[in-house]
Structure formats: C-alpha cells, structure tokens
Write a protein that binds this ligand. Sequence first.
Ligand code: ATP
Ligand code: MG
Length: 414
Amino acid sequence: MARIETPRRVRGTQDIFGEDQRRFTQVLDTFDRVRRLYCFARVDLPVFEATEVFARSIGETTDVVSKEMYTFPDRGGDSLTLRPEFTAGIARAFLTEGWQQYAPLKLATSGAVFRYERPQKGRYRQFHQIDAEILGAPEPAADVELLVMADQLLRDLGIAEGVTLQLNTLGDAATREAWRTGLVAHFEAHRGELSEDSLTRLDKNPMRILDSKDPRDRPIADAAPDIDAFLTDEARAFFDAVTAGLDAAGVAWTRNARLVRGLDYYRHTAFEFVTDRLGAQGTVLAGGRYDGLVESLGGAPTAGVGWAAGVERLAMLLAEPRADVLDVIVALEDDGLSGLAFRVLKALRDAQFSADLIATGSPRKRYDKAMKVNAQVLASVTRDREGRAVINTRSAVQTETSVAVAAILEGVAQ
Ligand code: ATP
Ligand code: MG
C-alpha cells in the first residue's frame, strides 16, 4: 500500500498542550478575573472582517496593514481579512451594532489574531491576545483605569518584577500637526541618511520614523525634536491628569518621549509595559488613546482608549506553573466492580469534585499507577478478604476535600 504522508502543521502556528497550555490558561484565567474586578464586559467578535475594517483604521503605512495581514477573497468575491488585532473590530461593532447607546463602554476580549510574519521563537502567525478597551470616554480617568488594570494584571500574574510602564503623550490634533511639521523639517534635513522604509514614512507618517528599528535611522530619530515643545495647554493638562492619576493609584511609570506606537490613530496617551527579560521582544502589553479611530470608520467622533497584550509572551514570563491537582483518583482493582466505580465517579463529579479513573492494564498494578497521580485522595474500588466490595480511601493530609470525599464515598458504598 502507498505510504500516506501526514500533513504538516502550518509554519508559525502552534498546538498548545501540556505545560504550555497550563501557562496559557493561567494568563487567560487571571485576565478574566481582573477584567471582572474592573467591571469590563466580555465581548466576542468575528475572527474575520471586511478588509477595509483594518485597512482604513489601522493605517495603510503600518507594518500590520502593509505586510502582515492575511487577506483573501471569499467565494462571493468580497475581500476578507483575518483579524491582526482586536481594536478595529471592536470599533466596527460599536458602529454596526449600535453600541453607542451603552457608552461609555468598558470591554474586554481575547482570542487568536493573525499576522503574516517571519516565524521565530515567541513570534507566530497565529497567536493570541488579551485586549481591554473603553469607548466613549474622552476623559483622562479612562486612561488611568486601563493602566491601573494592566498593572494589577501583571502583578497578579507574578511578572511585574523587571517590568516598567513607559508612557508618552502624542498630544491632540493641533499638537500633532505642529509636531509633525517640526519632525518633517528635521528628517528632510537628513533625507540622505534615512532607510528606504523611513523615506516612505516621511511622506506618509513621519512620526513612525521615531520608533524605527533600522540602525541607520536611530541617530536621526534620537536627535528629532520631542513633542513637549509643541504641546497645547489642553494636551499638557490631559497628560498631567493621567500621570497624577497613576501616582495616586501607586502605579510607577517613566516618560519615554520616543514612544509613538505603530498605529496611525493614536492621540494623547501612548504606553508600553516593557520587560528587561525578553531581549528584543520586550513589550508585554501596549496601547493608548485612539480618539480618531471610530471616525475613520465613518462614525461620529468617539473617544477610545485601550491596550492589548500577547498571551504567549505573558505565558513565557510566568514562573513554573503549578501542576494540575485532581481531587480524587479512583483505582478499579477488580474488573467485576466497574459498576461501583462508575457510581463513585458520578457521585464525586455531581458534588463538583474532579475525579478520574484508572481501570486499564493489570488490576494489581492500578493502585501503584494511581499513587503516581497528583491527587488529593486515592480511592480504590476493591474486595476485602471476605470478597465483599469495598472502597478504601487514602490521602496524604486531611483536608476539607478529603473529609467531604470520604462522606460521599461512604454514601455510595451503602
Ligand atoms: P512587535 O514590535 O513585537 O512586532 P507589535 O507592535 O507588532 O509588536 P502589537 O501590535 O502592539 O505588537 O501587539 C501587542 C502584543 O502582541 C505584543 O506586545 C506582543 O506581545 C504580541 N505580538 C505581536 N506580534 C506577535 C507575534 N507575531 N507572535 C506572538 N506575539 C505577538
Ligand atoms: Mg509587529
């Protein structure tokens, strides 16, 4: 018979199992707990959208839109794109689903996102993000709320050590316009020394030259004028209110005047939580205010602020996750008693205790197998010397669980 070849896993995708899965779950569970503490409503959105949702909002000159989107025509001829991030889809839903009526709206979501990048360690083509957004809140308190929440998330995950909150302001429209003019003048004077990518940015979005990673651009970017000289009084007051809120909440931050974020729609606050533990991929959580986004999708001017974090990157930073501990492992030592074993399992699970069964292989070895399972209680379903069915339990220490389990098993045995 012809040998059948096993299909490969697609490059840049992952099957998340075992310890990786435990880390993943810990990140997502913690995020879900924290978003409830801060009263963010969970939302789930489509994995694909009309391409224009991302093209129009994220900005044509960004890496994400210009190089990294998974875009394809569907059978009907429409151009669809697998979401490369959540914010644009949330803004689209805000408009198409009439969520304006709930504004201000605090939303949280998580799931797979897709970017066509060169796969490498910690960089995938299908990866996962957690995301939090506040729509319809123009006041700096919303920025503070999101940053305090992010800070608590990182602390609750136990990875706040070595992580710094870097904060910048991109000002309001007037500030940006004035700063942009200043930047263009500076970069024009060094046109000959810029990378090709930055020459394109110079025409379309000169601010993005500031966070270029190309070594040719760095000295010119570093010498560029800061936004501070261009800030309007309103923009400065906004930034001061954000930093005062963070100080009051006890969240440490540092100013990074070079932080501009990749996406075109940011205004005022821009931030990144950066770790010194991941080398070049040091950003663990990033976001900012995007008051221009909803308008770019044809909606009325709507304030927005939010952040996203890569689940894989957070998972990598976790300390060794605790192995799963099961409540009860049941060893069936006599195959004639399988009915009793099933009743035991059913009673335990009905009472909300996790339970699993060892009932394969040599019956004499099942007890030893069960001993190796990480469980609070071992219950063996067996026969005593007189041949009567019995359930023996054993636990290393007496706990609330072991006492409750013993009572349930007594009930089943009768
Ligand atoms: P980078 O500079 O690392 O490419 P980015 O600016 O593209 O990051 P964002 O668009 O801000 O990243 O996405 C937020 C987070 O998503 C990042 O901080 C990172 O943790 C994660 N992330 C981005 N791209 C990938 C990827 N290809 N694989 C895994 N995680 C990713
Ligand atoms: Mg990227």
